[in-house]
Write a protein that binds this ligand. Structure first.
Ligand code: GTP
Ligand code: MG
Length: 202
């Protein structure tokens, strides 16, 4: 199995619109989730480079669509978080147009990793976002983050709650990963999963 640290990852560009994103049609895997959930930290862990994407304890750090080229053959994409707006009452309106346009319009988006903070019980904004993915037929997997912050028992209880909540509306569950960017755990499984999909692509 490939270790994430063997990946060769370089920053390509930051875009405001799908039309400005890199051409070429390489498969891409994007990381989305609430502001501050740990998207940029996860990308840095997968890349084995703590400085690749900017991390901040203040929510709303990532504002653009950021492309990182991996092994000259696929992209990791760091997206802005959702749920940052404190004034908006509707969860739907909290998904900025940049996010919605990217997930709907980006043809080379192979799979979206939806990051969920493992410390909490299922949150309505995450469930609303996942529902929107279903409506648009966007393939996704779940990544629970910040596993170092709670006990294993609590991790499994929260993941199990999330699974049960999804099964109320979905027939099948997506792949589920549990990670800690702090302790650098769970990354190998994600890379292996991505590489497996890449092998199956035409
Ligand atoms: P935005 O770009 O603002 O939407 O945030 P983001 O989802 O990219 O989160 P980011 O990676 O910037 O991390 C937010 C904060 O959470 C930072 O203070 C990180 O150090 C912290 N953090 C991220 N992942 C982990 C983790 O696995 N464990 C712990 N303990 N802290 C983490
Ligand atoms: Mg970020």
């Amino acid at each position: 199995m490939n270790h994430p640290n063997t990946l060769s990852v370089s920053y390509v560009k930051s875009s405001e619109l799908p039309s400005q994103c890199p051409g070429g049609g390489l498969p891409e895997y994007a990381f989305i989730g609430r502001s501050n959930v740990g998207k940029s930290s996860l990308i840095n862990m997968l890349a084995g480079n703590g400085k690749l994407s900017k991390v901040s304890s203040t929510p709303g750090k990532t504002k653009l669509i950021n492309h990182f080229l991996v092994n000259n053959s696929w992209y990791m994409v760091d997206l802005p978080g959702y749920g940052f707006s404190r004034t908006s009452k509707s969860t739907r309106r909290q998904f900025s147009s940049i996010i919605t346009r990217y997930i709907v319009e980006r043809d080379s988006l192979t799979l979206l990793f939806v990051l969920i903070d493992v410390r909490h019980e299922p949150q309505s904004i995450d469930l609303a976002f996942i529902r929107q993915l279903g409506e648009h037929g966007v393939p996704f997997a779940l990544v629970f983050t910040k596993a170092d912050k709670v006990s294993r028992t609590e991790q499994h209880a929260n993941v199990e709650r999330f699974r049960r909540t999804l099964l109320d509306t979905w027939e099948e569950l997506p792949p589920i990963f549990i990670t800690s960017s702090e302790k650098k755990t769970g990354g190998e499984e994600i890379i292996a999963y991505i590489e497996g999909i890449n092998k199956s692509l035409p």
